[in-house]
Each structure stands twice: as C-alpha cells, then as structure tokens.
Write a protein of this length. Structure first.
Length: 145
C-alpha cells in the first residue's frame, strides 16, 4: 500500500494511506454484501479491494493536490495521457513539442513536485511516474522508445 501511494519524492502522505484504507473498506463491504468475496481471516482487506481503490486515490491526489497547487504544470501532465510511464527528455520533447533542454527543465519541475521520480544517471537521466499518479494521468506501464 505504501509503495502504491508514494510520490516521486519517495514520500507517502498519511492522507493518501488513510484515503486508500477508507475506500478499500467501502469496496470490501460492498463485495461482502453481494457475496462476491469471502473475507480472509488473516487480512482486513482483500488485494482486489485495495487495487479497486487505487484509481480513486490517484484521481484525488492529481486533481486536488498537484493540479490545485501547481496549475502551470497541468498541461504537461495532461499531454502524457496514453503515454508510457518511463520517459526520457527526448521523448518528452516530442510529446510536449518543445526542445529537449526545455523538456528537461519541465521534467525536473515535475520531479520537484513528485509527479516524476528521476532515475538513471546524470548523463542519461529518465523520468518514471509513480503508481500514485498512473491511473489519473491515464498512463501506460512501460518505457517510451
């Protein structure tokens, strides 16, 4: 749960974890009420209930936190819809229709606010989108070519 609620800076906000547990509880109860699932005696929530709750957490975090606090970055995030979750400066430049140096500046800004997790080396950096934002940003698992 922590791994799927942390942002690109590696931090998990307690509100995201609490929200995930709250939504998972609602989903778990719904499944039990209609007889879809039996509750494992060892677990409070099924993995399915937690997975079903993740898109809601993603939507709230993206819209109520990132878009609200950093409206200038919204167009760049929205242009990533349908793209892969691992991007390079040259792939981002094509998506955003800017030169590669400008794409790197924008990507670093997105990394500062936690949308991207910077990876790679200093000479060949790339940017990875944490699980927290993938559903809401409508991005696809994998690396860009």
């Amino acid at each position: 749960m922590i791994g799927h609620t942390k942002d690109g800076t590696g931090h998990t906000a307690p509100r995201e974890l609490i929200h995930l547990l709250s939504i998972s509880r609602e989903i778990q109860l719904r499944h039990i009420e209609v007889g879809d699932q039996k509750l494992d005696q060892e677990c409070l929530f099924s993995g399915q209930s937690i997975r079903e709750a993740l898109p809601s957490i993603s939507d709230v975090r993206l819209s109520q936190t990132l878009f609200a606090e950093y409206p200038g970055l919204r167009p760049y995030i929205e242009k990533l819809a349908g793209e892969k979750t691992q991007q390079y400066s040259h792939t981002l430049a094509k998506i955003w229709k800017v030169d590669e140096s400008q794409a790197l500046i924008i990507a670093n800004s997105l990394a500062e606010v936690g949308f991207f997790e910077p990876r790679g080396t200093k000479t060949t950096p790339y940017f990875w989108v944490p699980f927290l934002y993938r559903d809401a940003a409508r991005m696809l698992q994998g690396g860009a070519d």
